[in-house]
Every structure is written in structure tokens, then in C-alpha cells.
Design a protein around this ligand. Structure first.
Ligand SMILES: [Zn+2]
Length: 121
């Protein structure tokens, strides 16, 4: 039975953890070449976030292709370029481009581009 009085913050925390877990499963599935499975995990994670009114953790938001719902793992299925103060993350599957403006604070030198955006795992 779910009680009504549970504080919202706990649900946000639990949901965030579940989303992260689903997305890490998607990550693994993609690495082993199981695209459909990866896509279904991503969709599940997005739906969960929507239902629970929880936003995706920031580092994950950049990491999903909004067009084909695949996790973007450069250089496996994505290309990351840096121009005009923004990261351009191109999905090599569907060609969708995601722009991530960085406002000059997160990327200091060109060598650091992409660092911190994608976790190494
Ligand atoms: Zn795509």
C-alpha cells in the first residue's frame, strides 16, 4: 500500500535513481549491440520521469537522442563537436543534432571539450 503522506523529496530521489539505473542498462544494451533493448530502456526512463514529474538528471539529458531514443555514446553512435560556445552532439543513427550551450564556464579550453558531459562508464 502506498501511503499518501510520504514526502515528495523521497520520491524524487527514488525516481531519479531508477531513471539512472534504467539509463545505465540502456547504455550496456547499446554497447552489446542490442539497440531495441536500449531504446526501450530509454523510453521507460523518460516515461517514468514524466509520470513522476521528475526531470532527467542533467548529465543524462544531453545523452539521449530525442529523435530515436537511443543513448548517445561517442564515438560509438554519436559525434561531439564544439563550435560557437556550444557542444553539437550528432546522433549517427538518425542524424539528429543536439546543441548544448556551455556559456563559457564549463569548457575552458578546446582540450576539455566533451569532458564531464558524458560519463566514462
Ligand atoms: Zn538519433
Amino acid at each position: 500500500m502506498r501511503r499518501r503522506g510520504i514526502r515528495k523529496g523521497i520520491w524524487v530521489y527514488i525516481t531519479t535513481r531508477r531513471i539512472e539505473f534504467l539509463l545505465s542498462l540502456a547504455n550496456d544494451a547499446l554497447k552489446t549491440g542490442e539497440e531495441e533493448r536500449a531504446r526501450s530502456y530509454v523510453k521507460k526512463a523518460l516515461r517514468l520521469g514524466e509520470k513522476m514529474n521528475v526531470r532527467l538528471p542533467r548529465r543524462w539529458k544531453w545523452y539521449i537522442c530525442k529523435r530515436c531514443y537511443l543513448p548517445l555514446l561517442p564515438p560509438l553512435n554519436a559525434r561531439v563537436r564544439f563550435y560557437g560556445g556550444a557542444l553539437h552532439i550528432t546522433c549517427l543513427k538518425c542524424g539528429g543534432v543536439r546543441r548544448v550551450p556551455l556559456h563559457g564556464k564549463e569548457v575552458k579550453t578546446s582540450q576539455e571539450k566533451g569532458k564531464g558531459v558524458f560519463s566514462a562508464s
